[in-house]
Design a protein around this ligand. Structure first.
Ligand code: MLT
Length: 409
């Protein structure tokens, strides 16, 4: 008799975005004529930048010719891409990285979910609440979180409430934690931390020998000067932080798949005798065993993001989405909603009117306005009473959605 991994039985019935898709599909089946606008899952709608498409086509041609064909690539990623990442995404911000500290992958979701494998099962983890569900669910699957309580929270996770009172910024844990998940610009609240605020986390991690798992998938959306794009802009972060980046939201790669993770050589985890082990070596060991790298045409496409035309085209794409963010944020404010985010991030976090439950608001919005968003409660107990809209729609749909919310809700 094959036994189940009982940790899986502690998970919510379905992954948040699968549950939303299920509800939308049911609504569509019952209301086939409804003209639904989807601002739920953070999936991009603009096509790939032309510079990326050209580079991918060329790479595919190369794969079809004997002289230029390539088989397995390096598991860590091609140096032509890694060099461009370091040169464009880090060096201009005063961050120096070695080639072997960058690991190219097929997604930040996978990397943030997989990285916890390198940590002992007894580690205590801290997450913001609300939080991107992958950090929690992947640790539940691994058996690190203990049983779930009546609030739907796991007993061995330290939840850091992000509320209106603290400006949606997670407070430092009051007890010692070993693994800290931070995501800035934040999914789902769209808020950012200043360098000084981020430094408090780096200091905490250095004092407690904890590791910060920093998800920077939305850094390209930062508009304001002075907001850090990388945790490595903070002094001392190389000793305690790992950073996840992605081409998905930056350059429209959600369906193309390319991301990368920075693991500085100095970040350590300890065995039961107190001996230090480098996370960089462990992640390399993990990736070389379980991953065979991202396809050559996709990496060639990702490298084109850093060409002169690529940079221009990506900037236009980000401006397009951020104009959507402005339209949603200002439109909702005018309609009397209290909103957060949408200034340095493609997410707008709104307070549901009249303390309505966030799944109730989801149902009402779908039924009355035919607009789909994401209920805050899906991101954690402190997300209850909030709702997330994304700026990743088309301009036309974004404008129509705001108008419908204004007139039908
Ligand atoms: C979201 O909607 O939160 C995103 O799609 C998350 C992701 O990129 O997996």
């Amino acid at each position: 008799m094959a036994l189940v991994n009982e940790n899986y039985l502690k998970l919510p019935g379905s992954y948040l975005f699968s549950e939303i898709a299920r509800r939308v599909n049911k609504f569509k089946k019952d209301n086939p004529d409804a003209d639904i606008i989807r601002l739920g899952i953070g999936d991009v709608t603009r096509p790939l930048p032309p510079a990326v498409v050209e580079a991918m086509k060329k790479a595919v041609e190369e794969m079809g010719r004997q002289e230029t064909f390539r088989g397995y690539g390096p598991e860590q990623g091609y140096e032509f891409l890694i060099e461009k990442i370091i040169e464009n995404d880090f060096r201009p911000r005063g961050v120096e990285l070695a080639i072997d500290e960058v690991f190219v992958s097929d997604g930040a979701k996978n990397d943030t979910a997989n990285f916890q494998e390198l940590f002992g099962i007894g580690n205590i983890l801290a997450v913001s609440d609300p939080v991107y569900p992958v950090y929690v669910d992947s640790n539940v699957m691994a058996g690190r979180t203990g049983p779930v309580n009546a609030k739907g929270q796991f007993e061995k996770i330290v939840y850091l409430p992000c509320t209106e009172e603290n400006g949606m910024k997670p407070p430092l844990p009051r007890t010692r934690v070993d693994m800290i998940y931070l995501c800035f610009p934040n999914n789902p609240t769209g808020m950012t931390l200043s360098k000084e605020e981020l430094k408090k986390w780096v200091d905490y991690a250095r004092e407690n020998r904890s590791v910060i798992l920093f998800d920077a998938a939305y850094e390209a959306y930062i508009q304001e000067e002075g907001v850090p794009h990388s945790i490595f802009e903070v002094e001392g972060a190389r000793e305690v932080a790992v950073e996840f980046r992605s081409f998905s939201k930056t350059a429209g790669f959600t369906g193309t798949r390319c991301a990368y993770t920075i693991v500085p050589r100095e970040v350590m985890v300890y065995d039961s005798t107190g001996k230090a082990h480098s996370l960089n070596s462990l992640w390399l060991r993990r990736q070389t065993t379980k991953f065979n790298g991202v396809s050559y045409p996709v990496q060639a496409g990702a490298a084109a993001v850093f060409s002169e035309e690529g940079k221009k085209q990506v900037k236009e794409m980000i401006n397009y989405y951020m104009e959507n963010a402005r339209i949603i944020r200002e439109g909702l404010e005018k309609a009397g909603y209290k909103v957060f985010g949408g200034v340095n991030a493609p997410y707008i976090w709104l307070k549901t009117p009249g303390n309505m439950g966030s799944w109730d608001f989801f149902d009402k919005l779908m039924k009355d306005a035919n607009v789909v968003g994401t209920p805050g409660a899906g991101f954690g107990a402190n997300g209850e009473g909030y709702f997330r809209l994304t700026a990743f729609g088309t301009r036309e749909n974004t404008e129509r959605a705001v108008e419908r919310i204004r007139t039908r809700m």
